[in-house]
Design a protein around this ligand. Structure first.
Ligand code: 4AD
Ligand code: MG
Length: 481
């Protein structure tokens, strides 16, 4: 008999009462008495469990001995209307197969509340919890929606390399890729590493962004996007940073900053709406979980809006747009600035800290904010210089609870200006020859941005730590699994 997924069975009208079915999954709980046992079975297709009813007149208690929490079992039986109030249907078992037992003395996931910190230590088993499985299903839905959004708009999915020689962000926080023997590194006469003997005959690293290669696509195919893993070796142990994270980077010819902002706003609203329309079971579970967690917290640490309200709020309100300079004025005149409450003092030219971003979003405007025209000193070399020659056509999208979710800009399309900036910053001009040539041959105004995929998932699921929205988080001193 073919296996039916629990999601299909529970979907209204999908499986007929009285039909014979086979299900396979993992036992969440087993309870009962001498006459009857109830097993809650989950197969990962949905947040909901299927209740299996075992009448001991048909199947002895002995057959269920190994059907303990965590065990993998297969059940054949008849679908019946449930007598209990918690579910509409249940499966009356006719036979049970123990596919993979789980020693109850050793299985670490018991049917009780485990902390998220503990679950990170058993990342190989945590997808079997309701919370992490809900997050992973939503993560899948968001990845699918990203491709759908761009595909419908005619963007081309471009696969940019993961191993690269360029440092797109100029931040210097990169992981090196090498096959050199670390115990015996070949050296040049001047003592520097002789990369000509390395695998690629040059120094290489894991990419921090697919943007530079993405631009080559935009200036040929018109509108492209990359969606892949990116790597940053910054030593940031925060709830919003990973050393390996996924980034979505569209890049478009003939888009100016304004068009770029419009696309970013439409994109985020589309994704959040997609989640609301397609992930309601998982979102409702996570919303309930959050509100229960928050009961333990002091009032000022609770969200003003529930998870679902926060999501709807972002789809129903236009994002607030303002310049960096305007934002600095607001921050300078804010209560926390006047009372000396910001850890990092505010003045024109500073790189905004997450406390500043969150003040703007959560206190001042109470909606997503797009900040533009940042000082050129705090942004990457490729951003288009404004007429004032002080600021660049950058845009950061700031979200409640998250801070920066998107970073992007219009790109410098003038060969001379880009070259001057590269020299000013003493960037490796020779290595950027191909990037410069894009401005020499058929240059065009173009723009793009990068969405941190995990930060999006954090916002949509309400999970407060980024380590809980990726299957296997990579952070400083942590690459287990
Ligand atoms: O602002 P960033 O550094 O921008 C770029 O890399 C550009 N090349 C993007 C572009 O214009 N194509 O990173 C973009 C986004 C951030 O807004 C943030 O959401 C996310 O990537 N991000 C991180 N997410 C998790 N962990 C980290 N360490 C991250 N660093 C950036
Ligand atoms: Mg940024």
């Amino acid at each position: 008999m073919l296996r039916t997924k629990i999601k299909e069975i529970l979907k209204n009208g999908q499986a007929e009462i009285g039909s014979s079915l086979c299900v396979k999954g993992w036992v969440r709980t087993k309870r009962g008495n001498k006459n009857v046992s109830f097993i809650h079975l989950n197969d990962g297709s949905t947040i909901h469990n299927l209740q299996i009813v075992v009448d001991h007149a048909i199947l002895s208690e002995e057959t269920l001995k190994e059907a303990t929490t965590g065990a993998c079992i297969g059940v054949k039986g008849k679908l019946v209307a449930s007598q209990g109030s918690e579910q509409a249907v249940e499966l009356m078992a006719e036979s049970i197969e123990i596919i993979g037992p789980a020693d109850p003395e050793k299985y670490p996931l018991q049917p009780k509340k485990h902390s998220l910190e503990f679950l990170r230590e058993i990342a190989h088993l945590r997808p079997r919890t309701s919370t992490i499985s809900a997050v992973l299903r939503i993560r899948h839905a968001m990845a699918f929606a990203i491709h759908q959004f761009f595909h419908q708009k005619g963007f081309i999915y471009l696969h940019t390399p993961i191993i690269t020689g360029s440092d797109a962000e100029g931040a210097g926080a990169m992981f090196r890729v090498t096959t050199l023997d670390l115990a015996n590194v070949p050296k040049n006469p001047d003592g520097s590493v002789d990369y000509s003997q390395d695998f690629f005959g040059r120094s290489t690293n894991l990419t921090v962004s697919g943007q530079l290669e993405g631009e080559t696509g935009a200036l040929a195919l018109g509108e492209i996007y990359t969606f892949g893993p990116t790597f940053r070796a910054e030593n940031s142990n925060t709830a919003r940073h990973l050393a390996e994270f996924w980034m979505v980077e569209p890049e478009m010819a003939f888009y100016e900053l304004e068009d770029n902002m419009n696309l970013a706003e439409e994109f985020l609203q589309y994704l959040i709406r997609y989640a609301l329309e397609n992930c309601s079971d998982d979102l409702e579970f996570l919303a309930k979980r959050e509100s229960e967690e928050e009961k333990q917290k002091p009032a000022h640490e609770r969200h003003e809006l529930s998870l679902l309200e926060r999501l709807k709020f972002c789809t129903e309100n236009k994002f607030q747009r303002l310049t960096y300079t305007e934002a600095i004025e607001i921050l300078e005149n804010s209560k926390p600035a006047k009372q000396g409450k910001f850890k990092f003092p505010v003045k024109w030219g500073i790189d905004l800290q997450s406390e500043h971003e969150r003040y703007l979003v959560e206190k001042e405007f109470k909606k997503p904010v797009i900040l533009t025209h940042y000082p050129k000193e705090i942004k990457a070399f490729y951003m288009k210089l404004n007429e004032d020659e002080k600021t660049v056509r950058a845009m950061d999208v700031l979200f409640p609870g998250i801070g920066e979710i998107i970073g992007g800009s219009q790109r410098e399309d003038s060969y001379d200006k880009l070259l001057a900036r590269i020299r000013e910053l003493k960037l490796p001009e020779a290595e950027l020859w191909w990037y410069l040539e894009l401005r020499k041959f058929g240059s065009a105004p173009h723009s793009g941005f990068g969405l941190g995929f995990e930060r999006l998932i954090q916002f949509v699921t309400g999970m407060s730590n980024i380590r809980d929205v990726i299957p296997f988080p990579r952070t400083p001193k942590n690459a287990e699994f």
